[in-house]
Write a new protein. Structure first.
Length: 307
């Protein structure tokens, strides 16, 4: 029976006496979205000097019995490969894209967000309501009464979280605040740019997809409410240089399925399609200067607005 005895859990944070597992954020020194661990190809010295880099000779590259030309100058015919065999050979010899194109590599995403710190301390006026169908957030204060300058950047900073419950709290908290307090979002826009940029710079597919959906909701939140001015899209135009470079990298990342059926289409996980939809919403609600600024950063984008 001694093995069934309840053992009190150690308190991790002595400042809050929280019995929950908490992250020691002060010990994390990695910057989110940094380029320190990006794989790089070795530099070719011939590009900077007159030296030529030659390959080391392979000791197995010599003629064996039955492989020569038989004393003639006529080479042996090469085997004719079918189209499928050639395609398979190309796939086998293809180098990993993360090494040949480091821009697509994931960047560090350490668990040191402000949302994690505030949630572990119990400083957020929320609790998770575990419903029978889906979870939701139970707010202890009316959302319109909250200080958006304080709480909204915290939830936006948590958008790059991938661990539960932080990822759910961040995404659902942002959606609830955009829906219930759309008229208070516009003055907070400058404070949301750095969290959005940091989340996009992680270049993690799950994080980027989440941020794109939030961007669409952000642009449309003050348009959907009655009496909304629809100025959030215009307020984002000066910050396109911080938000759009990563979208330009992944703008062509589509699922090429041929005549197949994408049964997960309702989940909206196709990054290339999401990026195109987001750019369209930014142009529609961004005013007359939106298109030229989008085109400057994403040259392949085509306008959807008829002037």
């Amino acid at each position: 029976m001694d093995t069934l005895r309840a053992v009190q859990k150690q308190k991790v944070l002595t400042t809050t006496l929280s019995p929950l597992d908490a992250t020691d954020i002060s010990s994390i020194h990695i910057r989110a979205g940094s380029h320190d661990v990006v794989p790089t190809r070795p530099a070719d010295p011939s590009g900077f000097s007159l030296r030529k880099k030659g390959d080391r000779p392979d000791p197995h590259q010599f003629v064996r019995k039955g492989e020569g030309n038989g004393g003639t100058m006529i080479p042996k015919p090469k085997p004719q490969l079918s189209t499928a065999e050639e395609a398979q050979l190309r796939v086998m010899n293809k180098k990993p894209k993360l090494l040949t194109h480091p821009a697509y590599c994931k960047r560090p995403n350490p668990p040191n967000t402000e949302l994690r710190r505030f949630y572990d301390r119990g400083d957020l006026p929320i609790q998770i309501d575990h419903g029978g169908v889906a979870n939701r957030l139970a707010w202890k204060v009316d959302i319109p009464k909250l200080d958006f300058h304080h709480y909204l950047p915290i939830f936006f900073d948590g958008l790059r979280e991938l661990e539960m419950p932080y990822s759910f709290v961040a995404e659902q908290g942002v959606m609830d605040m955009l829906e219930a307090g759309a008229h208070k979002v516009l003055p907070v826009i400058p404070q949301l740019i750095i969290p959005l940029k940091t989340a996009l710079n992680t270049r993690d597919a799950d994080v980027v997809v989440k941020v794109l959906k939030i961007l669409q909701a952000l642009v449309n939140c003050d348009v959907a409410v009655s009496g909304g001015a629809g100025l959030i899209g215009q307020a984002l135009v000066p910050y396109y240089r911080q938000l759009l470079p990563v979208l330009n990298i992944f703008s062509n990342k589509n699922a090429n399925m041929g005549d197949g059926i994408d049964y997960g289409q309702r989940k909206r996980r196709n990054m290339g399609e999401l990026i195109n939809q987001t750019l369209e919403q930014l142009e529609i609600h961004g005013g007359e200067d939106a298109f030229i600024n989008i085109k400057y950063l994403i040259p392949t984008y085509q306008s959807v607005v008829i002037y």
